[in-house]
Design a protein around this ligand. Structure first.
Ligand SMILES: [Zn+2]
Length: 407
């Protein structure tokens, strides 16, 4: 097995979470009588470029052929983030009716709706039919296609190049990293800008976010590694912001190497903090496993204590990170009776692996659970505010990462 970026052979294990089904492979009632497909969930560190990555792009079709049920518009926090970004980018780059904004992996148009509202022409590229259709229903032109260099060259030749290319929370999920980044460059106007957001590996390690690891999340980047990847495709990072989304993300502002954008001091500052954290040496990448195991064991011990004392524990948020934690800990419905999710596409189904039923929020008001585990801890504030009424019967909120917290 070789690095998906620089092709160096990989031997250094960063994290081994056993095996699990794809995190989006929700089950219907009828599937409960059938076996599930499990894949190893193991990450390696490249000793040359330090890209942390899943051990192969396993059965890409199997991972994505299931019903893809994630619609970005179901999180209010996420919508607010998208709206702020659109306003900021439009002002910073002075975008107007003569420009073109392209978003790669545009989902249901949750972000481009705010670009369109500003009168800026935009187009979404989205391979998933259901979400692409939802975007079109909002009046956002959406091409149902995987993004890569060939697609980008065709688009640039037959339509035009884009002044802003948005690739938020997609870089980590791309199987062919070099082809994808080459495509970003190919579709970008000479003085155009690409913005890319992804979870920051330095935060993942510092805050022990091992549950953000799942099969469809192929790559985990430091700023150093990202800079190297873009540079090898003729692209230059001229600004970087540290964001709180997904437990700590980076937003890169990128242009062609020879474009006029001036580099901000943030670039050198972040490179220095990564060096100071030790991210340029392999020692940094060893030793994450015991931290993950400690969190998993504390969570499991809590669930077993609750079971013994007759307390009911349920979950909120049927997200990928919840599935990773539940499957790594071997949790089943006897320890966590159900998970609530706001998306009607998930309700009535079962979590992959753990087979815990996904239900609507009304169930919480009916069953008065003693504890609600907030699975997507990055949305903790939004969720605890929304479910504040569980305090009426003495209910408490639980998060497992970065350490077990009950309050
Ligand atoms: Zn590498």
């Amino acid at each position: 097995m070789k690095c998906r970026y620089c092709h160096t052979p990989l031997h250094d294990v960063f994290l081994d979470l056993g095996s699990a089904p794809p995190s989006n492979a929700f089950l219907g009632a009828i599937d409960l009588n059938a076996p599930e497909l499990y894949f190893p969930l193991r990450l390696y560190t490249c000793p040359d470029c330090h890209l942390v990555q899943v051990d192969e792009v396993q059965k890409h079709d199997a991972l994505f052929s299931g019903d893809y049920v994630y619609f970005s518009s179901y999180s209010r926090t996420w919508l607010a983030h998208a709206e702020r970004y659109a306003a900021y980018a439009a002002e910073r780059l002075q975008l107007g009716p003569n420009n073109l904004v392209m978003e790669v992996a545009s989902n249901d148009g949750y972000l481009l709706q705010y670009v369109k509202a500003r009168g800026i022409p935009c187009i979404g590229i989205e391979p998933t039919a259901g979400t692409a259709m939802a975007a079109r229903a909002r009046g956002i032109e959406t091409l149902e296609h995987f993004f890569g260099e060939r697609f980008a060259r065709d688009f640039a030749a037959t339509r035009r190049k884009a002044d802003l290319v948005i690739a938020n929370n997609v870089l980590a999920h791309v199987p062919d990293l070099n082809d994808f980044v080459a495509g970003l460059g190919a579709v970008l106007a000479p003085e155009g800008v690409i913005t890319v957001e992804f979870p920051h590996l330095m935060q993942l390690v510092a805050q022990r976010q091992f549950d953000t690891v799942y099969h469809e999340h192929f790559s985990y980047f430091s700023f150093h590694t990202a800079q190297r990847v873009f540079a090898s495709h003729g692209l230059r990072i001229w600004d970087v912001e540290e964001l709180s989304t997904h437990g700590g993300s980076l937003r890169l502002w990128i242009c062609h190497t020879d474009a006029a954008h001036h580099e901000t001091p943030a670039v050198a500052t972040l490179l220095a903090s990564e060096s100071a954290a030790g991210m340029l040496a392999m020692d940094y990448y060893h030793g994450f496993q015991p931290l993950a195991d400690g969190i998993k064991n504390a969570f499991l011990a809590f669930l077993i204590d609750c079971k013994r004392s007759g307390k009911q524990v349920v979950g909120y948020g049927a997200a990928a990170q919840g599935n990773t934690l539940l499957n790594y800990a071997g949790v089943r419905p006897d320890l966590l009776s159900y998970v609530v999710d706001a998306s009607p596409h998930k309700q009535g189904r079962y979590l992959p692996g753990s087979r815990i039923p996904v239900v609507a929020e009304a169930r919480i008001r009916e069953s008065h659970p003693d504890f609600v585990v907030v699975m997507p801890w990055n949305l903790r504030e939004e969720i605890t505010a929304q479910l504040g009424y569980i305090r009426e019967w003495g209910g408490k909120f639980v998060t497992a990462v970065p350490a077990l917290q009950v309050e």
